[in-house]
Ligand binder design. Sequence first.
Ligand SMILES: [Zn+2]
Length: 250
Amino acid sequence: MLFMKSNLRQVSLYLLAGCLMLGASAGLGIFSGVLPLKQTVPASVRTETAVFVLDPGHGGEDGGAVAEDGTPEKNLNLEIALRMGEIADLLGYPTVLTRTDDTMLYDRYGDLEEYGGKKKTYDLRNRLRFAEESGCALFCSIHMNKFPDVSCSGLQVYYSPNAAESSSYAALLQSYARTFLDAGNTREIKKATSSIYLLHRIRLPAVLVECGFLSNPEEREKLQEKHYQLQLASVLTAALAEGAEAICTS
Ligand SMILES: [Zn+2]
């Protein structure tokens, strides 16, 4: 597949951009919330290049998995997705986020007057609707894992069973993570079942990244570090960019 033919020069450029981000961020803090993140896609970009739809999992009343120290995954998901959005903007890829703050999205489209008992369903349904209304897009949901066996660790990518490109796109992300973040990560990509609502229903090329295990003390500590969050965001965005190139030229 075109996806898997890694263009070394292109990858290097993206990673260089990531390194510059790391340096700039550490030294000057200039990227903290300065670059604007749009929540609507300008019509002018829709047919030119794929839009990255970044989806920080959970939010608001829905914290997602909670680490032993009380950190909910929703905060880490948002931090990483925001950094990814900033890097994608820097690289010139149109990007939208399903959320840019700590909220659930159940009432985004105002379907009901009372959402009691249906918040999670509507939250996921609205993320799906938002993504599918973004035109030619790549969807990437960001989450954190948790498992009773605390020794489990490592980023893992799930893919949608619908659009054919999704598995190649997931393989690309998984391989970037192995190459640039953790050479010891032997995890394989997995096809999403109906238990992953969004991926199972979405028609766009779509992946979900479980960035690591909050139940593993070492990995949790790493995931909480700003430096690692930016490194992770740089690597994931570089992989998305390579995937987008392939989709746009196919
Ligand atoms: Zn989650």
